[in-house]
Design a protein around this ligand. Sequence first.
Ligand code: ATP
Ligand code: MG
Length: 736
Amino acid sequence: MDASVISKLSIDTQGIVRSASGRFDWLPGSERDVPAGTSFIDLLPSHLQPAFSLGIGQLDRGERPWFDQQSFTVDTDGSDVALQFHVPKTSAKPILECTVRDTSADLIDNRDRVFRAALLSAQHHVSMDGIVIVSPESEILFWNERYAALWGIPREVMERRSIQDVRAVTSQMVVDPDGVFLEGFQTYDHSRDIAEDELLLRDGRVLLRHSAPVLDKDNSILGRFWSYRDITELRNLQHAAEEQNARLNALVQNNQDIVISIDRHGVIESVNPATVEILKYPEAELRGRLITSLIAEEDQALLQDQIDSAQQGTPEEGEFTATRPDGERAELRIKLIPIDKADGAGDFWVVASDITEAKQAATEARAAQLALERAQQLTNLGSFEWDLSTNQLIWSPEMYRLLDRDEDPEVPLTVNDFMSAVHPEDREQLGMAIKAAPKTNSTYDIDFRILRRDGSVRMVRGAGEVVLDQEDTPIAMVGAVLDISEQRRHEEALQQLVDLLEEKTAALEYTTAEQESFIYSVSHDLRSPLISIQGIAEIIQTDYEAHLDDTGRAYLERIHANVRRMQAMLTGLLELSRIGRTEKGSRHNVDLHKLVTEIVDELSGTSGAREAKIEIIDQLPVVQAHYTRMSQLFMNLLDNAIKYTPKNRTPVIVISCETADNGWKVSVQDNGIGIPAEYQSSAVGMFSRLPGGQRLNPNGSGLGLAIVSRIVTTHGGRLWLESAEGEGTRISFTLS
Ligand code: ATP
Ligand code: MG
């Protein structure tokens, strides 16, 4: 080791002595020891302090201090020492090493001193800082080129060495000359304080101002040292960083998705409000927790794997189930994004969106899609979407089956693909209908044939509708194709049946008409012989009665009775043959209620009606019918009901009505002798007279019910009877 070295000091970036060794008797005053923690600046003679604290500041900012590699002679009370500084390059954190040598033996060459002073001055001149030293008398003692350049002060002004002249220029340049700038000078001009502040210039630059007193050995003020550094870039960078940070923060805080930052171990460092909202954990419970602990057990290992592989720097993404404190689950899509940090700490952003509802919706949509496909399959209904701008067709699966196509459903089809499946004979018509629809914004509905690859032909019904955008421009067509082959077959079979029925009905009508004209001519033709018989019987009675004995008279009386009966029967037959023959056109609105009420009133006035109680319990309808026939119908039924009630019983007749099928059902109920079951089917036939009825009404012709039945059928109705022997009969019929 160099024998002239008397002590060594290590000084940190704050100017604090970290370690000291050797002698310190060269120090001024009573200080003979330098413990770690002492301020190095305080050890120096006061006139050196400002310059050295500037150098320490440079060291702190990671710059090379101006006195690095320099040697300074210090006149102390005891001996002359030289302080030599250097910053070892190897140290991670800059540290200043100061070697103190005894220079009393040295012959310091004056030239050397001059040289050193020149060097110092040169350093000041090349410094990044603009430096000016001003005496208390406002004289500029020192200035460097950088100072003049920073403030743009012409050299001749500087050379006048008047700080007032310089300030006249600089005060024009700062944004707030009265405040910060001038105040700064007034406060510090004669102060012993060290100060630092920032000046904002009108041209946008920001200067860092540092100032310190320059003190003489006796502590008197020699002047003030001012240095200015342009920190505009630095500030801009800082602002940009702050802005970036604020933006990131806003983005994180207001994000609807979960944003969590985690460290390399997966421990949560911070969460945004959406995290608390979605996961339902209080924020305090989330911080410091392992991210995997929020995930359902079965997914935890997978997430840990992803965190591990994300450590390699690739963003990872996956779907996970999260569990909430209440045990409920949430489906999350999680993205792991490595945070680019200079220190490579391996932190991540965990960005997760809640896809619970989306997943649910997707499942439901899938189910709906399947249901639709199934429904289409069951109904042989295919659907399509035709994008008019791209001319592409999208078919439902059933459409492919229906049209017998096996193209890849992923490949969109064109209208031509569709047309090639259509039966050649139907193409033109269908093509026109499809083309016309978008032009007229209308729909089409058309039946056409499909020619399948196996040569079979299917009948389908195609319907389409134009979809318009907000400006009413057609953008698409949607529609369906339905296989109606089966339906067509059924329709055709049904039509055949209808045709057959019509034929049969026509034949039946013909026979009925034949029958009617036969009855008519028979009843008509039988009249004259009957009238002859009656005439001869009357002649016998008037001219030959005296020749007849009692037996003969009785026979004659029986001839008369039978002739009367025959006449009644012929009248009834004629009547029957007339019904419905020429009456189809003469139907009008008939108010049945009014009609029946009148008949009942009429009946109650006749002796035949006895003391019958006739009641209409429902409102009877107004129907399209032949008035006289309706009147005949009710007269016959009421006549029967009264006549076929035992003499010792008061007839109680109830007329009721209810709606039925496409019209009404009317019933006439009595409490008469009833019709035995074995006669019920024949009672309605012509000339049918039943034993019980014959006793009560010997003169009946047996045609009343036949007439009623014929009236009902010619009016499109149906008649039937229900009866219990001895209790009564209910005759019902329908009318429309
Ligand atoms: P007409 O009505 O032509 O004078 P008729 O009453 O004998 O003669 P229908 O009205 O056709 O003929 O009746 C046929 C037979 O049915 C009657 O003779 C009677 O025996 C029986 N009959 C009809 N209506 C009733 C009834 N409401 N109760 C019991 N028997 C009835
Ligand atoms: Mg009758």
